[in-house]
Design a protein around this ligand. Structure first.
Ligand SMILES: Cc1cc2nc3c(=O)[nH]c(=O)nc-3n(C[C@H](O)[C@H](O)[C@H](O)COP(=O)(O)OP(=O)(O)OC[C@H]3O[C@@H](n4cnc5c(N)ncnc54)[C@H](O)[C@@H]3O)c2cc1C
Length: 277
């Protein structure tokens, strides 16, 4: 199918983009990589009358590490992160996550800001950016505001953004040298969205665990973190993980088993990282 008719705008500055979004109102949509929006438009599940293309705004492609954080322009593509064209303040977690998103063609166009604004809990960036406690900056004609990703994501395809707000950057706190990370994605085949995705951040004081694709937003596995604490992964029986993940997610049956195994594999991978450090 083809999308319904729309008018195309390509502003060169953030100020022009937010002015357009404000003036054009509810009928306008931001387009970045188009990797989520265009399929939806082709199916006529969305019929915006105006598209505001943000890929011609140089500021949104700029990234830098300043002090104890990495600042990533919203139009940074998954490929730029995967290929190390931007600094990775997490010691490789961001590049690893980016490399697992869809196929290479999708990664050359899809963007960090687009993925967060789309808010699909089985996508990489919502779970990873929740785990690392990233903060987005959103701009509108009213000015800018900072929103932690953990508060940005309201539910499936739903965020705290106003219709005329534009994510302009994502700030990621740098990992200290004692953090070990792992991300395990369970998908039917490479290039597909996750059926389960666990991120482990292991520190000497204990592990922080996040799970994607389990509920409509990424879930922090508090009960599982307490059960795991600093224990070696090999000492934690799968049955114990199943029980803890059930308490955290309220999942059942096959789905629960899938998530528990994904968490177990992520814990083992984090431990391997620790051994190699
Ligand atoms: C076949 C296929 C497989 C895929 N597999 C995966 C996968 O395994 N993992 C994964 O994470 N993703 C996957 N994706 C999605 C892909 O990563 C998209 O690139 C991403 O979800 C959206 O980014 P985008 O830049 O293309 O956004 P767009 O499609 O341009 O926009 C998506 C939404 O975000 C809004 N938006 C975009 N940028 C901004 C902004 N800066 N501020 C405010 N709103 C904005 C748009 O208005 C729209 O509502 C897949 C996509 C396809 C087609």
């Amino acid at each position: 199918m083809k999308p319904a008719e729309f008018q195309y705008h390509k502003p060169a500055t953030v100020a022009d983009a937010v002015r357009l979004l404000h003036e054009l109102g509810d009928g306008a949509k931001v387009i970045a990589g188009g990797q989520s929006l265009l399929p939806i438009m082709n199916l006529r599940l969305a019929e915006p009358s105006h598209l505001v293309d943000i890929t011609g705004i140089p500021e949104l492609r700029r990234s830098e590490a300043v002090g104890s954080a990495g600042h990533y322009g919203a139009a940074t593509t998954h490929m730029m992160v995967e290929d190390g064209l931007v600094p990775d303040v997490t010691g490789g977690l961001l590049a690893h996550a980016a490399g697992g998103i869809g196929y290479r063609t999708i990664r050359t166009r899809g963007t960090l800001g687009g993925s967060l604004a789309h808010a699909d809990s089985s996508a990489e960036w919502p779970t990873v950016m929740s785990a690392v406690d990233a903060v987005v900056t959103a701009a509108s004609v009213r000015g800018t505001r900072r929103i932690p990703v953990r508060k940005l994501l309201f539910g499936f395809f739903t965020t705290a953004l106003e219709p005329d707000e534009l994510i302009i950057s994502v700030e990621v706190p740098a990992f200290s040298s004692d953090v070990r990370w792992a991300l395990h994605k369970t998908a039917r085949k490479p290039g597909e969205f996750a059926e389960s995705m666990a991120v482990v951040l292991r520190r000497p004081a204990g592990s922080e665990l996040w799970l994607g694709a389990a509920r409509d937003t990424p879930v922090r596995l508090g009960t599982t973190e307490t059960a795991v604490h600093t224990r070696p992964a090999a000492d934690i029986p799968l049955a114990e993980l199943v029980e803890a993940v059930a308490a955290d997610t309220h999942c059942e049956g096959h789905t629960l088993q899938l998530h528990a195994v994904t968490v177990q594999r992520a814990l083992r991978a984090a431990e391997r990282e620790e051994t190699h450090a």
